[in-house]
Design a protein around this ligand. Sequence first.
Ligand code: SAH
Length: 344
Amino acid sequence: MSQVMKWVEITIRTTEEAADAISEMLAQIGADGIAATDPYEFRNTIENDPLSYCDDGTIESYGEDVVIKAYFAELDGGYFRMGPKSEEFVDPNGVGMIYGNITNKTMAVSDAIEYIKTRLSEIGEFLDIGKGFEGYSYVKDEDWANNWKKYYHAFKISDRVAICPSWIDPETIEAENKIILDPGSAFGTGSHETTAMCAKILDKYMEQGVSLLDLGTGSGILAIIAKVLGAGDVEAVDIDSLAVKVAEDNCRINGCGDIDCYTGELKSVKRSDYDVIVANIIADIIAEIAPDVPGRLKSGGLFICSGIVNTKAPRVEKALEDSGLIKIAAEEDNDWRAYVYRKP
Ligand code: SAH
């Protein structure tokens, strides 16, 4: 059994657009910890959110790039254990362009670095990754284990809901509903524009007692928001079984143990009469599933979707209109869109 010698900190300097895809990739290939600092999001939060504060000079020190730091444990002899930390994460048919192939083996540190560079250039084929790989260095265990926490803070994701990391006392946060959510191995801390737009739409459009499907639930965040805002039967579904495990835990922690979490995709969901389906995935997948959406909704039901980068919006709108849905609202935040469609 190898034993952990040191922690290696890999730094990637990128754009807001590519930050999430890169973080997901790093989690997939086996990073033990990931911390991203997004100067835009950070400034926005500090300037507009009365719940947050920071020391003088912190904002300026962030510059313009999103800086991602990934931490890998270096084993005896200079190796990383690559690949997902759980067997169940192995799904070569996962979210294609984000996940790609998964290596489940040890790799010399220098090979691992090359591998990460290759994966970055693959992501660079569909997103602007900016400066990309910057370098790596060794850090002391104690440093990384706690440092990333300071970048996460409580924030209001919609009028009636705040997201709070577990290490912040919820009593100090003022909000009608508080959801405890820590950054972890599944996507969905609420800090992404697309998640926030879906949350705001749920807060505004969702009626009490509705049946709701959260497709591509990730951390479970949107399912939990829907539940605390008064949805009735809620299902949280993801093609990634690890995400489903994370979602189950998050539901339980938030007193939403009755949310039905399971592995699947739209074709395999349990009902064909949801009042609301929310899907924050990516444009290509939304366009691909569009023809099957009306068959899963009650008449009058809502399809809320996001994850749609501006440039792909026309294709998604066309696919949804071709399926017979009617657009009732569109939201935009930075490069991202979210929509509300209704089944006639
Ligand atoms: N709902 C969360 C997470 C969004 S990330 C939020 O809004 O923050 C998108 C999630 O969709 C990922 O967890 C991914 O595994 C899942 N996913 C990707 N393709 C899918 C598909 N075809 N069907 C269901 N889930 C899918």
